[in-house]
Write a protein that binds this ligand. Structure first.
Ligand SMILES: *[C@@H]1O[C@H](CO)[C@@H](O)[C@H](O)[C@H]1NC(C)=O
Ligand SMILES: *[C@@H]1O[C@H](CO)[C@@H](O)[C@H](O)[C@H]1NC(C)=O
Ligand SMILES: *[C@@H]1O[C@H](CO)[C@@H](O)[C@H](O)[C@H]1NC(C)=O
Ligand SMILES: *[C@@H]1O[C@H](CO)[C@@H](O)[C@H](O)[C@H]1NC(C)=O
Ligand SMILES: *[C@@H]1O[C@H](CO)[C@@H](O)[C@H](O)[C@H]1NC(C)=O
Length: 505
C-alpha cells in the first residue's frame, strides 16, 4: 500500500504552521470582474436551492414550530439572507501558496485507490480512513501528567469529600483579570456530554476543587486561559454518530410530528449548522473541530458548496486539529469511554473512583428527557431512539459527508491515537491494573446503584425534580445521578477488600 511518506507529511505540516500572510491587493481586471459576477450567481443559486428544498421538505413533513425548530429554521434562513458564504479561492483564506496547494494534491494522490467507495484519486484532502489515520499519527501526542494538581483550587472553606454537596459547581473559575483557570470541560453537545459533565463535577467534589466549568460553551470563550493552572478537557465522538444523535434528540424527539425520514435526516445532516444544535459547521472542518477550537476558525476555510466533495486548504485543517490536540489536557474518546476515563484519572493523579458516574442511559434514565420549554416550563419528553437507515448510511459514507467533516474525522483519529500513546506512556501494566479496579467498581455500581437512581424524569415520564435533586449533582440535570450511592458503595467495598483508593498512583 502506497502511503504519503512521513517526510512528505512532515514537510507539509511544517509549512502549514507558518503564519498566513495576506497578499497585496491588485486592481481588478475586467475579466476578473466578469468571473466574479458569474461565480456570485452560481453561489446564490447554490444557496437558494437547498433552502428552498429545506422549506419544501419541512412543509411536507409538517414539522411543528416548537422553540427549537424555530431556532434552527431561523438560523438556516439567516444564512440565506445575511450571509454569503465565503468562497476562498486558492490560497486566499489561509495564505497558502500555489506550491503548498500542489503539495496537498500530491498528498492525496499517493493514497491507495479503491479502498473505500468514497475514495477520489483526484480530490485533495485525504478522505480515506488509511490516509486520515496516517496523518493523525503525525499529530497525536501522549497527554502529559498533571499530577501536581495545579488545576485544583481549594479555596476556603476547605471542602471534604462528603460535606460539599451544595457547593456551586462553577465559582472561582476566572481570576481578577478575566483569565480562566481550574477544571474546564468543553461540553460538546451529544458527545457523551452528561457523562463528561458528571465526571467534571465529581472530580471537583471528590478532590475538593472549587473552579469547575462544565457548561455547553464553545471553546473560543476560553481563549484567555492560563494553561499551567487549568485542566482543559473535552470529548470526541464519531462525527456521523454525533450528528445523528443530535438530530434525533433536538429535532425528532422534540417535534412529535417530525418523522425521521431519510429526506429530513439528510437535510439536517447537510444544512443544520447551529453552533450548539447543528450537525455540521459552516465550512470550518466539522462541528466538533469548530466547537473545541480555542481560536475561531474562518467560515468556508475548509469546505464550500461550490464543490461539495472537495476539502479546501487541507494543511490548514491539519494545523487546526493540531492546535486542539496541543491545547487540551485530555480528549475523552466517546467510543472508548472506560479507557479514556481511567487514563485521564492517572494523568491527573486521582483515584479511578473519582471518575465513576452512573450513565444516564441506564435503567429508565434514557426513556424520557427533561427539557426546558419556553416560558420556563419544564417537561419530560419521550426520547426517540436513533437509527440509521440504509439511505442515511449511504450519505454518511459519501465523499460529500467526508469532505464536509474532514476536520472532525481527523480529530477523532488523532484523539484515538493520542489515547493509545497516553496509555503506552503511563505503562500498560499500571493502566491495566487501574482499568481493572475501575471495572470492578463499575460492575458493583451497575448492580447496586444504577437500578435505584432517580433521574429528573421518572420511567413513566413524570418530572421528579425533588428526587433528582437528592440523587444528582445539580437540580434539573442528569449529571452524576446516584453519586451518594456510588460513594457509599466504594467506601464499603474497599473496606471489605482492604484496598486503598490510591494504590495505583
Ligand atoms: C415559533 O415561531 C412562530 C412564528 O414566528 C410563532 O408564532 C411561535 O409562537 C414560535 N414558537 C415558539 C415555541 O416559540
Ligand atoms: C471538485 O473537486 C474535485 C477535487 O479537487 C475535482 O476533481 C472536481 O473536478 C471538482 N468538481 C467540479 C465540478 O469542479
Ligand atoms: C505543575 O505542572 C504544570 C504543568 O505540568 C507546570 O506548568 C507547573 O509549573 C507545575 N506547578 C508546580 C507548582 O509545580
Ligand atoms: C481507535 O483505536 C483503536 C485501538 O488502537 C482501533 O482499534 C480503532 O479502530 C480506532 N478507531 C478509530 C475511529 O480511529
Ligand atoms: C433506593 O432509593 C430510595 C430513595 O432514594 C432509598 O430510600 C432506598 O433506600 C434505595 N434503595 C437501595 C437498595 O439503595
Amino acid at each position: 500500500m502506497v502511503q504519503p511518506s512521513n517526510a512528505t507529511v512532515r514537510k507539509l505540516l511544517t509549512k502549514s504552521q507558518t503564519t498566513p500572510q495576506r497578499r497585496p491587493r491588485q486592481s481588478p481586471s475586467p475579466i476578473s470582474i466578469v468571473i466574479k459576477i458569474v461565480t456570485a450567481t452560481v453561489i446564490i443559486l447554490a444557496i437558494v436551492h437547498p433552502i428552498y428544498l429545506y422549506r419544501h421538505i419541512s412543509q411536507s413533513n409538517a414539522i411543528p414550530g416548537d422553540w427549537f425548530q424555530n431556532k434552527s429554521m431561523s438560523s438556516l434562513s439567516a444564512e440565506s439572507t445575511n450571509r454569503k458564504p465565503k468562497t476562498p479561492t486558492e490560497g486566499q483564506a489561509t495564505g497558502l501558496t500555489r506550491a503548498q496547494e500542489n503539495n496537498a494534491h500530491r498528498l492525496h494522490l499517493r493514497t491507495t485507490p479503491g479502498e473505500r467507495p468514497y475514495l477520489r484519486q483526484d480530490s485533495p484532502g485525504c478522505l480515506t480512513d488509511a490516509c486520515v489515520q496516517q496523518l493523525a499519527s503525525t499529530i497525536a501526542r501522549a497527554f502529559p501528567d498533571r499530577v501536581n494538581q495545579s488545576w485544583c483550587f481549594r479555596e476556603e472553606p476547605p471542602l471534604g469529600h462528603e460535606d460539599n454537596a451544595n457547593a456551586p459547581a462553577s465559582v472561582h473559575s476566572k481570576d481578577g483579570n478575566g483569565v480562566w483557570r481550574g477544571i474546564i470541560l468543553v461540553k460538546v453537545p451529544k458527545g457523551a456530554s452528561s457523562t463528561s459533565a458528571g465526571v467534571a463535577i465529581r472530580i471537583g467534589r471528590r478532590v475538593g476543587c472549587q473552579a469547575v466549568q462544565w457548561k455547553h460553551r464553545v471553546a473560543s470563550k476560553y481563549q484567555r486561559l492560563h494553561h499551567p493552572d487549568t485542566f482543559l478537557f473535552t470529548t470526541v465522538r464519531d462525527p456521523a454518530a454525533r450528528a445523528i444523535s443530535t438530530i434525533f434528540f433536538h429535532t425528532i424527539s422534540r417535534s412529535p410530528k417530525a418523522k425521521p425520514t431519510d429526506d429530513l435526516i439528510k437535510t439536517y445532516l447537510q444544512q443544520s449548522k447551529d453552533i450548539h444544535f447543528g450537525s455540521i459547521s459552516e465550512g470550518q472542518g466539522g462541528f466538533q473541530l469548530r466547537y473545541t477550537s480555542l481560536d475561531e476558525i474562518a467560515k468556508g476555510s475548509a469546505w464550500s458548496a461550490t464543490n461539495r466533495t472537495r476539502v479546501l486548504h487541507p494543511e490548514q485543517v491539519v494545523a487546526n486539529v493540531r492546535s486542539v490536540i496541543d491545547s487540551y489536557g485530555f480528549l475523552l474518546v466517546t467510543e472508548r469511554m472506560e479507557e479514556s476515563l481511567v487514563a485521564m484519572a492517572l494523568v491527573l493523579g486521582i483515584d479511578v473512583a473519582d471518575v465513576l458516574v452512573t450513565s444516564s442511559k441506564v435503567a429508565g434514565g434514557s426513556r424520557y428527557h427533561f427539557a426546558r420549554m419556553p416560558k420556563q416550563e419544564y417537561k419530560c419528553l419521550p426520547t426517540v431512539k436513533s437509527f440509521v437507515s440504509p439511505g442515511v448510511a449511504q450519505y454518511i459514507d459519501s465523499d460529500e459527508w467526508r469532505a464536509i467533516n474532514y476536520g472532525d474525522y481527523l480529530l477523532q483519529a488523532t484523539a484515538n491515537q493520542s489515547l493509545d500513546l497516553t496509555i503506552a506512556r503511563l505503562g500498560r501494566t499500571r493502566f491495566e491494573a487501574a482499568l481493572s479496579e475501575f471495572r470492578t467498581l463499575r460492575a458493583k455500581e451497575q448492580a447496586l446503584c444504577a437500578p435505584n437512581v432517580s433521574f429528573p424524569c421518572s420511567n413513566e415520564g413524570v418530572p421528579q425534580p425533588q428526587l433528582a435533586t437528592e440523587s444528582c449533582y445539580l437540580p434539573f440535570f442528569d449529571f452524576g445521578c446516584g453519586h451518594k450511592c456510588i460513594d457509599q458503595m466504594i467506601k464499603i467495598d474497599r473496606e471489605m477488600r482492604g484496598v486503598s483508593g490510591w494504590q495505583y498512583q
